[in-house]
Write a protein that binds this ligand. Structure first.
Ligand SMILES: CC(C)(COP(=O)(O)OP(=O)(O)OC[C@H]1O[C@@H](n2cnc3c(N)ncnc32)[C@H](O)[C@@H]1OP(=O)(O)O)[C@@H](O)C(=O)NCCC(=O)NCCS
Length: 202
C-alpha cells in the first residue's frame, strides 16, 4: 500500500481473510483473449432454462430479475454452458451476510457458474468480458469470491479485473477490507460494501 490510511480507518484486521474483491473501471485495459469459436453471450430471456441450469426454483429466478438482477447466459455452439448474474440495485455476499446497495453507475457480478463439463476452456473470463461490454451504461464493476476459490480468481484476473483488497471478518463480527494497490479503489469498494478499510496484520 503506497499511502497511509486515514486515521479513522486504522483498525487492525486479524484472522483469516474471507476473500478478495476485484474491480474493473471503464477505461481499464481489457486483455485480448483468443476467440473461443462458437461462444456467444446473451442476456438470458428464458428464465425456465436458467432455473433448470442452476437448479434454482423458477420463482427464485423470477424474483432475482424483478429485484434488478440481470442474468447472462453463455452458449457454445448453441449449447448453454455458463451463466452469471449482474446486480444493478441491491446485492449481497451470502457467505458473509453482507448486503448493500449497488450505487448508480456500478454493477456487482455474482453467482457465476460454468457447467462442470465445460470448465477449464476459458469460458468464464470471456463471459465476464462480454458483460463488461454489454453493460455499457455502467463505469465500475465489482466481483469477489471465497478465499480458496483459485479457479474463480484466475478467471477474474484473466478478464482484466484487478484486486481491490481482501475482506476480513473483524472481532465483533463486522467486516473490514485491507487495500491492495489502489487506495482510491479500495475506498470505493469498501464504501460500496458498507465496510471499513483496515490495515492487515497489524
Ligand atoms: C470458477 C468457474 C466459474 C471458472 O469457470 P471456467 O469457465 O472453467 O473458467 P476457466 O476456463 O477460465 O478456468 C479457470 C481456472 O479453473 C481451473 N480449471 C482448469 N480446468 C478445470 C477443470 N476441468 N475443472 C475445474 N477447474 C478447472 C484452472 O485453475 C483455470 O485457470 P487456468 O486456465 O489459468 O489454469 C468454474 O470453475 C465454476 O463454475 N466453479 C463453481 C462455481 C464458482 O466457484 N463460481 C465462481 C464464484 S465467483
Amino acid at each position: 500500500m503506497s499511502q497511509p490510511l486515514p486515521q479513522e480507518a486504522r483498525l487492525s484486521a486479524p484472522g483469516e481473510p474471507a476473500g478478495p474483491l476485484y474491480t474493473w473501471w471503464r477505461g481499464d485495459p481489457l486483455p485480448a483473449l483468443l476467440v473461443l469459436s462458437g461462444l456467444s453471450v446473451e442476456l438470458a430471456r428464458e428464465l425456465d432454462l436458467l432455473a433448470d441450469l442452476s437448479g434454482l426454483p423458477a420463482g427464485e429466478v423470477q424474483a432475482r430479475v424483478e429485484a434488478g438482477n440481470r442474468p447472462y447466459l453463455a452458449r457454445l455452439d448453441g449449447v448453454p454452458v455458463a451463466y452469471g448474474w449482474v446486480a444493478t440495485r441491491r446485492a449481497s455476499i451470502g457467505a458473509l451476510g453482507i448486503a448493500f446497495s449497488v450505487l448508480p453507475g456500478n454493477r456487482y457480478l455474482w453467482d457465476f457458474v460454468t457447467l462442470p463439463r465445460w470448465r477449464g476452456r476459458g469460458i468464464y473470463p470471456r463471459l465476464l468480458q462480454a458483460i463488461l461490454k454489454r453493460e455499457g451504461q455502467a463505469g465500475r464493476f465489482w466481483i469477489g469470491h471465497d478465499a480458496p476459490n483459485i479457479a474463480s480468481a484466475r478467471g477474474i484476473l484473466k478478464a482484466g479485473f484487478t484486486s481491490v483488497g481482501e475482506i476480513y471478518r473483524l472481532p465483533g463480527g463486522s467486516f473490514g477490507m485491507a487495500a491492495a494497490d489502489s487506495l482510491e479503489r479500495a475506498r470505493a469498494g469498501a464504501t460500496l460494501l458498507g465496510i471499513h478499510l483496515v490495515e492487515a496484520g497489524r
